[in-house]
Design a protein around this ligand. Structure first.
Ligand code: SAH
Length: 309
């Protein structure tokens, strides 16, 4: 559920970056969010992800209240993906009942990261430290990378997959980098590419390979077959991701009127669909490959194993 496209950051890859002034901005009101959350319950989803730009209009108190309301009215597992927020915010949201936090480190190559992800003034952006801290606070943690960022080499990508393992991630989200016109990485990027033979391609096939390697590196992680992958291959991308190592889908709950405004990359799959459409579509795709739709909260098998040990 994409609750806000307002963003303080100016990431060179992302369509909702603050510098994109062609975009109409929104932040969903509480009641609209709660209506979607109840829709998730009706669909028998066990968990809801609240994602947004790094929107400081999403205040500590407001989000804590919202998480408390979701937990008391529904009992769903709650995952947050709200960017690089302060320690106080993250602790308050955990205390309010949030279960999981998603923040991709995007690339483990520090130089490449700095090039595409400008820091906020005076604050160092260290998503590895943030992930370790999130784990300490008690969240299940999710991270991941984009595949085929201009300048990303095979060595970088190998390091990324190794980092999935050393971070001991509960959730791993990977998808192809898709250029967006209203961003610095959207045009004229040829000179940013790694030298011939070293640049990772932002292709469908490469995405499957990374999903498969992530599964081997982290046998117990939850790995989604992502919307970015479905954008490259709408007919069968989701199914092929699931067949090659992914075990999760994230059907979109965002009301139709906001969907087109959460355009982090262009031609995003499922943009014209309703939450009901997405539910039916995912269900059909899962059944078509001989799998079953799971029930429950979707807790990380990685975390459960550690709890049992
Ligand atoms: N603001 C939050 C979450 C929203 S963006 C955050 O930064 O964590 C969610 C993810 O979309 C990002 O982590 C990034 O990996 C991915 N993304 C952004 N722009 C993209 C693009 N052009 N192509 C593919 N994936 C992109």
């Amino acid at each position: 559920l994409e609750i806000s496209n307002i963003c303080a950051r100016d990431c060179h890859y992302c369509g909702i970056r603050s510098g994109n002034d062609t975009l109409e901005r929104y932040r969903m009101p509480d009641d609209a969010i709660m209506a979607c959350v109840h829709e998730a319950v009706d669909y028998r989803y066990g968990t809801v992800v609240l994602q947004a730009g790094e929107d400081y209009g999403i205040t500590r108190e407001w989000m804590a209240g919202l998480v408390r309301r979701i937990k008391s009215e529904t009992g769903l597992a709650v995952t947050l993906s709200l960017g690089e927020r302060s320690d106080e915010d993250l602790v308050a949201w955990k205390e309010a009942g949030a279960d999981r936090y998603l923040v991709r480190f995007e690339t483990s190559n520090r130089e490449l990261y700095d090039r595409i992800h400008p820091p906020l003034p005076g604050i160092v952006s260290d998503r590895f430290a943030l992930l370790r801290r999130l784990r300490e606070i008690g969240y299940e943690i999710g991270s991941g990378v984009m595949i085929g960022i201009p300048g990303q080499t095979w060595k970088d990508l190998a390091d990324d997959i190794e980092a999935f393992r050393t971070l001991d991630l509960d959730m791993i989200g990977v998808g192809p980098f898709i250029p967006h016109q209203a961003t610095p990485l959207g045009y004229g990027i040829d000179q940013l590419r790694a030298p011939e033979g070293e640049q990772v391609p932002n292709t469908e096939l490469m995405t499957y390979k990374v999903i498969a390697l992530a599964r081997i590196a982290c046998p117990n992680a939850n790995i989604p077959s992502t919307t970015a992958l479905a954008t490259l291959n709408t007919p069968t991308g989701r199914e092929l991701g699931l067949s090659r190592g992914a075990n999760i889908v994230m059907p979109n709950l965002t009301p139709k009127k906001y969907r087109a405004m959460y355009e982090i990359y262009p031609a995003k799959a499922c943009i014209d669909e309703t939450a009901a459409d997405c539910r039916a579509c995912m269900h059909r795709r899962i059944i078509s490959i001989g799998r079953e739709v799971g029930s429950g909260h979707g807790d990380s098998p990685n975390r459960n194993k550690k709890r049992a040990a």
